[in-house]
Design a protein around this ligand. Structure first.
Ligand SMILES: NC(=O)c1ccc[n+]([C@@H]2O[C@H](COP(=O)([O-])OP(=O)(O)OC[C@H]3O[C@@H](n4cnc5c(N)ncnc54)[C@H](OP(=O)(O)O)[C@@H]3O)[C@@H](O)[C@H]2O)c1
Length: 310
């Protein structure tokens, strides 16, 4: 029987990547979740991926999730730390706001009788750093959801995909050089030679989730990292110039320029303990996934982007 997969965040990078990859297999019935099924983004995706059912649901509204998950065999879940409503809750003292979204999804999936759940999670930086960086809330919240889902394994099978450091972040954290307007700069507080497991989320996360669905026994109880390899931040600048011909450089900015202690702890934790705690075993396993993972060069080629305007 064809399995029905319900995809949370289908209009976003992670859910959109899952939608794209599973649709391409032709093996699943798909239900895409968004808060706005008649919105512009959903309408564009309906035209792009015919045959997908679109359903309205809100992660902060458990009853909408229970309805949206009815009849699904699998749920792909992703929580949203950086959405304004969640960051507002966190700033006003509710550090569990992201966890609550994840718990809502797990509880709704169990109530709806869903068999398996693939949750987008991350390591606990508090654990990776042996307590040195306890405040990376968007890692801790996801990890707490993972622990909750793991505690429910007698009711639902839980699988965990960890997204690498998005290549898309390099678009977001780019600027025209303040010293020379012809030069594009990519800016993080990380060393230029820091080792980052990069992922082109829109293209590479979905095939990893498809692999989990096709290899449930192998993947149950183990984390599956979505990244095609370790690269250095400076590699993204070199590749950008190679592809576009536009001069660029990577600039290591001071930690003081990062407005949030949460992100400062994340970058320091990554630098000292590794984004995936320095794990490399996944590189071998990901060779089994029938997918060409994006490299810095192919990322800029696919993107066709000529750099920021300011
Ligand atoms: N940047 C990185 O390097 C990195 C690495 C690993 C993990 N992450 C994590 O990735 C997550 C973000 O995922 P993404 O990149 O896919 O986000 P995104 O591209 O910003 O998309 C957000 C998606 O979430 C949906 N959404 C937001 N709030 C919702 C709510 N209350 N109820 C239902 N749906 C909601 C949106 O749907 P509608 O607006 O259509 O409702 C949209 O589809 C964050 O938690 C972040 O920590 C980021």
């Amino acid at each position: 029987m064809t399995k029905l997969v319900a995809i949370v965040g289908a209009t976003g990078l992670q859910g959109g990547s899952v939608l794209k990859a599973l649709h391409a297999t032709g093996k699943y019935k798909l239900r895409a979740l968004t808060r706005n099924p008649d919105g512009e983004q959903a309408e564009m995706l309906k035209a792009k991926y015919p045959g997908v059912e679109w359903v309205g649901a809100d992660l902060d509204d458990p009853s909408s999730l229970r309805s949206a998950f009815q009849g699904a065999d699998v749920v792909f879940g992703v929580t949203q730390f950086f959405q304004k409503d969640i960051s507002d809750k966190v700033e006003s003292g509710n550090e569990d706001a992201e966890y609550e979204q994840g718990k809502n999804m797990v509880d709704a999936a169990i109530a709806a009788g869903v068999g398996s759940m693939v949750m987008s999670s991350l390591d606990s930086m508090k654990q990776l750093s042996h307590g040195k960086y306890p405040g990376v809330l968007h890692f801790e919240g996801k990890h707490k959801v993972e622990e909750y889902l793991t505690s429910m394994l007698d009711k639902i099978k839980g699988y965990f995909v960890y997204a690498g450091f998005y290549m898309e972040n390099f678009v977001e954290y780019s600027r025209v050089s303040p010293e020379d307007m012809r030069i594009v700069e990519f800016t993080f507080p990380l060393k230029p030679t820091s080792k980052l497991p990069l992922v082109d989320t829109a293209n590479d996360l979905g095939p990893v989730v498809a692999y989990i669905l096709e290899h449930p026994e192998e993947c149950l109880g183990s984390v599956v990292e979505a990244s095609g390899g370790y690269y250095e931040p400076q590699d993204m600048a070199t590749a950008f110039t190679e592809v576009t011909g536009i001069p660029s450089r990577y600039v290591q900015i001071p930690y003081e320029y990062i407005g949030s202690d949460e992100l400062v702890q994340m970058f320091k934790g990554q630098e000292e303990f590794g984004y995936f705690g320095g794990r490399t075993e996944f590189l071998e396993r990901n060779k089994e996934i029938k997918h060409d993972f994006t490299t810095p060069t192919s990322f800029w080629k696919n993107r066709g982007w000529a750099g920021p305007t300011k």
